[in-house]
Design a protein. Structure first.
Length: 567
């Protein structure tokens, strides 16, 4: 008796994403594994009396999408129903934000906190009309006198709070922010309500700690959104003792414990890779080493569903918050030297090299958050130095963000087999603002996909949610078009890449980052059945139409977790 398939797909474009980017038209799944790929005749013998046959009707079957840098718990906490969505274009002015807070205050018991995320002063009408205008606590106070309000911007590096939040946290003109943090003050020295970088912790410390139940609810909420987007894997880029004051505590060690509980209960409808976060936005190498050595990371009961694979290190901030570490000063008042923690350039170089060395020697994969060209060169040099001192095969260290990745760093990454994780939807979001802060030439170069791929660097793509919404379709369109969200203006057409290359960054390249490309990331016989069905033919679609193509089915390990198709 032949082994009949549980499910077969026919009559569509099956993008295998193998080494030749072969396009088939049919695929069979048996017992959670891909068992046949080819034409309809190749899978005919797999169809039995109980086999579900899915007619793709000209649609596209892809490997499950792997968002390789996505804060799952943070995304759940900072999006509806757990927080206000203040992102553009739904919110386009300070007045819009104030109205959203007013409505929330009417629906929230007196004294409870109100949270929101996604505002971007570059898209707030009042700030566009007057470049000196920034959001203030007074904007919020009239509609929320009895509720502390914390509104985190799209980048998660700036918080806009009201007077009640400042009072609850005990923040006033005499408060000294943590190293690297800025409490923005007016001419009289009073806090305006904007807290940058580490200063956000001044208020976050006053927010009631997240319970395990809240963390679980947030992760479940995120998973529901992700499976509807065809996302079958993601990387939680930093959970540990260093995350207690980041994203409202969503990155704390307890979140990893909750992930373990959800995995054991069979509730993870996506595969989750985790980077440990020993320390936060600013630390010394000695503090980092002590924290990393003290973390307990017991093995997962199902490492293909939940797996701790590496360590995250912060090297700098990101634009437009003026903390990118650049070789040359950038427009808008940014500095060429480092703007983190008061360190001098040479001091921070030494600290980063030692942190990377320690994590590498301990056997971890290392992912480093860094954005400016000077910072990226420093990090890549640290990777190379650690690899030379402690030779390891296949460490797969990578630069997180890599917006101003230099040619010399590309060469080193390629030589050592290291990678870069880029964010196309951030490029789409900030393309116009980049020109203001770094100038048109560097803005056009930012997120240099074409150059990095041509240099032989392994490039993965991600959303950095909740910084941007985790819509890989928008990311694909951004890589193909290089257009801005606000104006539609093209930014750096020479850095465009092709469709096959873009799809790889969300599938097999991301699986490589997970040390999992042997068993996921492509549609080949023997690989796990992590699949995504897209309505319409991705191969022939106008790039502008890709974000609107519906996700019709999502499968993880042979289990359908999202389905709007009829059998």
């Amino acid at each position: 008796m032949p082994a009949f398939a549980d499910l077969v797909f026919v009559n569509g474009s099956v993008l295998t994403v193998d080494s030749r980017f072969t396009v088939a038209s049919a695929l069979a799944v048996t017992g959670g594994t891909i068992t046949a790929v080819g034409g309809r005749e190749d899978i005919a013998a797999c169809v039995g009396p109980t086999t579900r046959v899915v007619d793709l009707k000209g649609g596209t079957l892809l490997p499950g999408i792997n968002d390789s840098h996505l804060h799952g718990c943070g995304f759940g906490i900072r999006t509806p129903p757990m927080a206000l969505d203040l992102s553009y274009p739904g919110v386009g002015s300070i007045a819009d934000v104030v109205e959203a807070v007013r409505v929330a205050a009417e629906q929230t018991p007196r004294g409870e906190w109100i949270f929101g995320i996604g505002w971007d002063h570059g898209y707030l009408a009042e700030c566009v009309d007057d470049s000196s205008r920034l959001p203030t606590r007074q904007d919020l106070d009239a509609v929320s006198p009895h509720h502390p309000v914390v509104l985190v911007d799209f980048s998660a590096h700036v918080s806009w709070v009201n007077s009640a939040a400042l009072a609850r946290a005990g923040v006033d003109r005499g408060t000294v922010p943590p190293p690297g943090g800025i409490i923005v003050a007016d001419e009289a020295g009073e806090p305006t309500g904007l807290l940058r970088e580490g200063a956000q912790a001044c208020v976050q410390r006053a927010v009631p700690a997240l319970t395990r139940e809240t963390r679980a609810k947030a992760i479940r909420s995120a998973l529901a959104t992700l499976r509807g987007l065809g996302i079958t894997s993601y990387t939680e880029p930093g959970l540990g003792p260093g995350g207690g004051q980041i994203m409202g505590g969503a990155l704390a060690q307890e979140t990893l414990d909750v992930y373990r509980e959800l995995s054991a209960a069979g509730e993870l409808t996506a595969r989750v890779s985790v980077l440990l976060l020993p320390t936060g936005l600013s630390s010394t190498a000695a503090e980092f080493a002590r924290a990393l050595d003290g973390i307990e990371a017991p093995p997962s009961s199902d490492p293909r569903r939940l797996n701790v694979i590496g360590v995250k290190i912060f090297a700098d901030g990101i634009p437009p918050n003026k903390t990118a570490w650049m070789h040359e000063a950038y427009l808008g008042g940014g500095c060429g030297a480092l703007c983190v923690g008061g360190d001098t350039d040479d001091e921070r170089v030494a600290q980063i090299r030692e942190m990377v060395r320690h994590a590498h020697a301990a056997g971890y994969q290392v992912g480093v958050h860094v954005t400016g060209d000077r910072g990226i060169d420093t990090v890549v040099d640290a990777f190379a130095a650690a690899a030379a001192e402690y030779p390891r095969t296949d460490a797969r260290h990578y630069v997180i963000h890599g917006d101003f990745l230099s040619g010399r760093s590309m060469k080193t990454l390629a030589e050592y087999g290291f990678g870069v994780n880029m964010n196309p939807t951030i490029k789409w979001t900030v393309a116009d603002l980049e020109q203001e802060f770094v100038g048109p030439e560097r803005a056009a170069y930012a997120w240099p996909y074409r150059d990095a791929i041509d240099a032989g660097v392994m490039v993965a793509s991600s959303s950095d949610a909740p910084v941007t919404f985790p819509d890989w379709r928008r990311g694909i369109a951004s890589m193909l078009l290089r257009e801005s969200k606000a104006s539609g203006r093209v930014s750096g057409p020479e850095q465009r890449i092709g469709l096959a290359e873009a799809v790889r960054t969300y599938t097999v390249n991301a699986a490589w980052q997970d040390f999992a490309d042997e068993w996921k990331g492509t549609l080949e016989v023997g690989k796990v059945a992590d699949l995504c069905v897209l309505g319409g033919d991705l191969l022939t679609a106008d790039p502008h139409e890709i974000p609107g193509m519906p996700v019709e089915l999502t499968m993880v390990g042979g289990e359908i977790v999202h389905d709007v198709l009829t059998g």
